[in-house]
Design a protein around this ligand. Structure first.
Ligand code: NAD
Ligand code: UGA
Length: 428
C-alpha cells in the first residue's frame, strides 16, 4: 500500500520505517528540513534502537522517502497517518494546533483528489477529537463528505521510546477506531499480518483506550512509589514486595519498579490532558490527580535523602548519573533529572552531570550555568566528588568501580552501587 506519514517524530518515523520494512511504499512528511535531509540519507534524527538500519535499507531500496511537500505525499498515497505532536496547552489541557493545521492542509488536498483516501489519526488525542475536530476540518476544507468521499480512522500507538521498533512490530493489540466499515477495512488490511488481536471500534473509544492505558500505567508507577515510600519508613525492601505483588496474575510484575517516578513526552501530558477533558464534563478525577501529585515530588526524594546524610549541600560537588527520562533514549522531555538538577543548583551545589546519550539534548534544554558541568562519561563525572545521585538506570552505570569510596543515593535500583561506602535507595 502507498502510505504517507505526516509528522515524523518518534511515532511517525517509526511507523513509516516499519511499514516500509514490511514492504509498503512510504512518504514521510515533516516541516523540519534538517529532519527530512537526515531521513533521506538513511540517518535517524532521533536515537532509537534498530531505526538507523531500517532507514538505511528502506531509503536505499526506494520504499521510503521524506519530503516537506504534503500535497505530493497525500496525492500519491491511499492512506495518510497524522502523527504530529499533541502537547500540553493552557492549564494542562491538550493543545491541538498541529492536528488542526494538518487536518486543514489534508482537507485542502483532498478537494482535488479523486481517489478514495483514508486519513488516520495516530497522535494521542482526547476522546471526541477525531470526530468533532479532525473530521469537520477535513470536510470543510475539502468540500467533501467523510464516509462517502473519504475515510477517517483513529489508530492509537502504544510504542515505548528505546524499544519503539520492536514495540511497533510486535504490539500486544492494535486498535482501529473507524467512522465506518469501509475506512476500518482499509486499515485492518494494512495490519492483517500482525500477530496480535485487532480491535475494531469507534474513534472515541479508540482515543479513550490510549488514555486509559497511559493513565493506568502512571497510576501503577505512583502506586508502587507510594508503597515504596511507606516501605522505606518501615525498613522493608519494596522490590521484594513488588516481586510478591507482581506474581498475582491479576496485577503482573511489569511497571512495578519503584524509584523517582515517571517522566517522558507522554505520561505527564496525557494524564493532564485526560484530567482537563474530564473537567470539561464536570468530573474531577481523584485517582489521576493523586498519581500526578505523587510524581511531582518523588524525584526530590534524592535531594532530601542526600541532605539528610550530608547536612547542607551548599558548595558541595554532586554527581548526577543520568539525564534522559529513561535508558535507551536521548529524550529529555519531562525527565526527572531536570527537577533534581534545578533543585541542587538552587541549593548552591556544584553539579556534574552525565548520560550516555542525552548530554546534547540536556545542553539544549538546560543551557549553561556556572554551577553545572556536563561530563563525557560516568568515569569522568565521578572524579569530581564524593556524592552521587542515580537518576537513570543505564547499563553503563552498572559498574562497581564508579561507586567505591562514594556516598550514593539511588533513584533507580542499580545494585552495583552498593559497592559505595554509603548506599541508600529512595524507596528501599
Ligand atoms: P515529536 O514531537 O517527536 O514529532 C512530531 C513531528 O511532527 C515533528 O518532527 C514536527 O516537526 C512535525 N510536525 C509538526 N507540525 C507539522 C506539520 N504541520 N506537518 C508535518 N509535520 C509537522 O512527537 P512524537 O513523540 O512522535 O509524538 C507524536 C504523537 O504521538 C503525540 O500525540 C504523542 O502523544 C503520541 N505518542 C508518542 C509516543 C512516544 O513514545 N513518543 C508514543 C505513543 C504515542
Ligand atoms: C510510555 C508507554 O509505556 C507507551 O506504551 C506509550 O505509547 C508512550 O508512553 C506514549 O504514549 O508516549 P515511554 O514514555 O516511552 O512509553 O516510556 P516508559 O517505558 O513507559 O517509561 C515512562 C517513565 O516511567 C520513565 O520515566 C520510566 O523511568 C518510568 N517508569 C516506568 C517507572 O518509574 N517505573 C516503572 O516500573 C516503569
Amino acid at each position: 500500500m502507498n502510505i504517507s506519514i505526516i509528522g515524523t517524530g518518534y511515532v511517525g518515523l517509526v511507523t513509516g520505517a516499519c511499514f516500509a520494512k514490511l514492504g509498503h511504499s512510504v512518504i514521510c512528511v515533516d516541516i523540519d528540513e534538517a529532519r527530512i535531509n537526515d531521513i533521506n540519507k538513511g540517518i535517524a534524527p532521533i536515537y532509537e534502537d534498530k531505526l538507523d538500519d531500517i532507514l538505511k535499507e528502506c531509503t536505499r531500496e526506494g520504499r521510503l522517502k521524506a519530503t516537506s511537500d504534503i500535497r505530493d505525499a497525500v496525492e500519491n498515497t491511499a492512506v495518510s497517518f497524522i502523527s504530529v505532536g499533541t502537547p500540553s496547552g493552557l492549564l494542562g489541557y491538550i493543545d491541538l494546533k498541529y492536528i488542526d493545521e494538518v487536518s486543514r492542509d489534508v482537507g485542502n488536498i483532498l478537494k482535488d483528489k479523486n481517489d478514495y483516501h483514508v486519513v488516520v489519526v495516530k497522535s494521542t488525542v482526547v476522546p471526541g477529537t477525531t470526530e468533532h475536530s479532525v473530521l469537520p476540518l477535513l470536510e470543510k476544507n475539502s468540500g467533501k463528505k467523510a464516509g462517502d468521499d473519504f475515510g477517517v480512522c483513529m489508530n492509537p500507538e502504544f510504542l515505548r521510546e528505546g524499544t519503539a521498533v520492536d514495540d511497533f512490530m510486535n504490539p500486544d493489540r492494535i486498535i482501529i477506531g473507524g467512522i465506518d466499515k469501509r475506512s476500518t477495512d482499509v486499515i485492518f488490511d494494512l495490519y492483517k499480518d500482525f500477530k496480535c488481536p485487532i480491535i475494531k471500534t469507534d474513534p472515541k473509544t479508540a482515543e479513550m483506550i490510549k488514555y486509559a492505558t497511559n493513565s493506568f500505567l502512571v497510576t501503577k508507577i505512583s502506586f508502587i512509589n507510594e508503597i515504596g515510600n511507606i516501605c522505606k519508613q518501615l525498613g522493608i525492601d519494596v522490590f521484594e514486595v513488588a516481586k510478591g505483588l507482581g506474581m498475582d496474575s491479576r496485577i503482573s510484575p511489569k511497571f512495578l519498579n519503584a524509584g523517582i517516578g515517571f517522566g517522558g513526552s507522554c505520561f505527564p501530558k496525557d494524564v493532564n490532558a485526560l484530567v482537563g477533558k474530564a473537567k470539561e464534563v464536570y468530573y474531577r478525577p481523584i485517582v489521576l490527580n493523586a498519581a500526578l501529585e505523587l510524581n511531582e515530588t518523588q524525584p526530590l526524594k534524592l535531594v532530601e535523602l542526600l541532605e539528610r546524610k550530608t547536612g547542607s549541600i551548599k558548595n558541595e560537588n554532586i554527581i548526577v548519573l543520568g539525564l534522559a527520562f529513561k535508558p535507551g533514549t536521548d529524550d529529555m522531555r519531562e525527565a526527572p533529572s531536570i527537577k533534581v538538577i534545578q533543585t541542587l543548583i538552587k541549593k548552591g551545589a556544584n553539579v556534574f552531570v552525565t548520560d550516555p546519550k542525552a548530554v546534547d539534548e540536556a545542553k539544549k534544554l538546560m543551557g549553561k550555568h556556572e554551577r553545572l558541568t556536563y561530563c563525557r562519561s560516568a568515569r569522568d563525572a565521578v572524579k569530581n566528588g564524593k556524592y552521587i545521585l542515580i537518576v537513570t538506570e543505564w547499563d553503563e552505570f552498572r559498574d562497581e568501580e564508579l561507586y567505591k569510596g562514594k556516598v550514593v543515593i539511588d533513584g533507580r535500583r542499580i545494585d552495583e552501587a552498593r559497592a559505595a561506602d554509603y548506599y541508600e535507595g529512595v524507596c528501599w
